[in-house]
Ligand binder design. Structure first.
Ligand code: ADP
Ligand code: MG
Length: 275
């Protein structure tokens, strides 16, 4: 995928454009526990720039915990007990909180699972996207407005200039998910993480949104980490599939190889169960 010409608007050091294929995210032997219960048992994960990687696994296998650890947003009693996480040249496990705020506000864009809890119900959607742009350093009313409409249009929202002035409840679930995609892209992230972004939606809408997400990622050259429990969806839309079970990576590879020649019993079961 082509690299985008990214402008640094959040005050971080402008870095030389990295060649596609450089390691962007490297997770090594990561262990995470909630209280005394370990739920990630030594996970390795590599994502290179420009790559589209899927994490696949049934509910409870630790996918969201892995994402939360990368963002350093583990809930409650969750804590890293071992291993390391690097994002480019940043040591995430050792970084201070202000560095992590910059990561969450810029380098990584997260499309969360549930649109209802991630949009402010009393704020027009255009204003919410505008806030993200301003937080990234963009200035000028007209410039911001133009960018808001462009982002909503890119995310597949028709009549974006009119709909920017509406509130979240005036949109369908699928359209709210698209608004969250626009918010995530407003950060011009290096890495876009989508954690089961469509599981609350019906299958037709899911497919439409995933196709659209893929087009956007291709256009922007964004690196994608896509979390799903659906191996079929993952295999269609990514360069590499990482299969997780019970807090461990049990298998990974190119989607075609995994589908043709699965090694682990769990992967075989997933394939057999696919419609
Ligand atoms: P997935 O996203 O693959 O469905 P999760 O990462 O949400 O899996 O969960 C992995 C394991 O961690 C599960 O056993 C789950 O019960 C546990 N877990 C997740 N969040 C919490 C939490 N806030 N407190 C305690 N245990 C949790
Ligand atoms: Mg999850």
């Amino acid at each position: 995928a082509p690299m985008t010409d990214r402008t640094t608007t959040d005050g971080r050091e402008p870095s030389l454009p990295a060649a596609p294929g450089d390691p962007l995210l490297s997770v090594r032997d990561l262990r995470v526990a909630f209280g005394g219960t370990e739920v990630l048992h030594g996970v390795d994960l590599d994502v290179r720039r420009g790559e589209r990687v899927a994490i696949v696994g049934q509910s409870g296998s630790g996918k969201s915990t892995l994402i939360a650890a990368v963002l350093r947003l583990l809930p409650g009693a969750g804590h890293v007990t071992g291993g390391s996480i690097r994002l480019g040249d940043l040591d995430v496990t050792g970084a201070d909180e202000s560095a992590m705020r910059r990561v969450r506000g810029g380098r990584i864009g997260l499309v969360p699972q549930d649109p209802s809890t991630n949009l402010n119900p009393s704020m027009r959607v255009g204003a919410q996207i505008a806030d993200t742009l301003r937080a990234g350093g963009m200035r000028g009313r007209a410039t911001i407005r133009e960018r808001v409409v462009a982002l909503m249009t890119e995310a597949g929202i028709p009549e974006a200039s009119r709909r920017a002035d509406q509130f979240p409840h005036e949109f369908s679930g699928g359209m709210r998910q698209r608004i969250l995609i626009a918010v995530a892209l407003a950060r011009q992230p290096e890495l876009l993480i989508a954690d089961e972004p469509t599981s609350a939606l019906d299958v037709t809408v899911q497919r439409q949104i995933l196709d659209h997400l893929q087009t956007l990622v291709d256009q922007h050259g964004t690196t994608l980490l896509f979390v799903t429990h659906d191996l079929g969806v993952a295999a269609d839309r990514t360069d590499r599939v990482v299969v997780m079970l019970d807090g461990e990576v049990v298998e990974q590879g190119a989607p075609g190889d995994i589908l043709r020649n699965p090694q682990h019993e769990y992967t075989k079961r997933l394939i057999a169960a696919a419609p």
